[in-house]
Design a binder for this molecule. Sequence first.
Ligand code: FES
Length: 165
Amino acid sequence: MDDSRRSFLTRATQGLLGFGFLAGIWPYLRSLFPNVLYEPPLRFKVGAPAQYAEGVTFLDDRRVYIFREGNAFHCVSGVCSHLGCTVKYSPFRQVKELTVRDLSYSSKGEFHCPCHGSKFYDEGTNYAGPAPGPLKWHNLEISPEDGQLMVNMRKDVNRDFRLVV
Ligand code: FES
């Protein structure tokens, strides 16, 4: 066997051994970087109360609706309770008087889900389509640091919740 052939076989063998070594330790190296899903925080600031006009404001990056009635605020989730599509708010031309679970209620609009057609009153109760439950109401609070509104999606609240500022 001549030298060039011997040296080629030696390098080929070393290359195969090196490749086998890397292939063998790859799972261990990969395990140093676990698969982590980084989700947005569930408690976040949404600006000063004064920046909200009377009525309904949709924050599309957070998928929440902020309602303002005078100095009272509340937050309704824009996530459909069926399969999680984003619901759209449609104001009525005039206020409708409704009865929801034996309670009289004035509704200024409603939510529609574009995916499968569920409908919700503006206080979140589902009344049409496949949605199995109402839209969530998230807690609102004032940030002690800078006075901004803060949505806390970890803490759901009842429909009579209002943050008065
Ligand atoms: S996701 Fe809204 S009705 Fe199906």
